[in-house]
Design a protein around this ligand. Sequence first.
Ligand code: ZN
Length: 241
Amino acid sequence: MASHTNEIAEALRTLHRIHRQLNDLKGRLARGPRLIKAHEASVAKLQKAYDDTKAEHQKLRVSTDQKQLQLSTSEAAVKKRESQLIQASDNREYQALKDQIAADSMANSVLADEILEGMEKVDELAARVVAAEQALAKGKEDAAKAKEAVAAERPGIQEDVERLQAEMKEVEQGLPGEFKESYNRLVRSRGEDALSLVEGHYCSGCNRQIPINRINELMMGKPVTCLSCGRLLYLPEEYTF
Ligand SMILES: [Zn+2]
């Protein structure tokens, strides 16, 4: 291979490597804010779960307290009726009081069961409030850590991007004029997919065979694109075919 061809192949190899590295770095830069957003969404969800559980706990505690009060009042009423029993003036009054006491006692027993059940649930909810609070604290901590990590890696990535862009510009300037047009056009529309390494008789971008006359042109240092995928082809360091 002529040294002119070698230089072109090397420039295109370097450019392809730089395009791939830049793509990777840009992907990492874009991932940072996405990661932070995901953490923020998770914290918002945990906050809502905590608020909801806390509200549910509070509501049930209030309603259980109210039932407790209602039960005390109703129990006092039963006691009062029991004391009225001995003063009943006739059987009818006696029986009416008895029936009332029986009905109230039944209602009180149902209420007492409800209160017991409510108290159990209040305890259960209290434990869930604690768990939700801990999960929220952990979520906030994770979000802060992720934010810190993203902020910490950003300057290094940006530095690498700038260094690679400068290197790319320099190599691009060294490309022969007849390469520049198709290279620029392809890079604009395809990014790192603008270029493709030739492996044996194949285009590594699309795995299709390259006609021998096109490989010959490539070895003569001419700009050659793949007929199947349109990528600008370049040769590897050691090329035999
Ligand atoms: Zn191809």
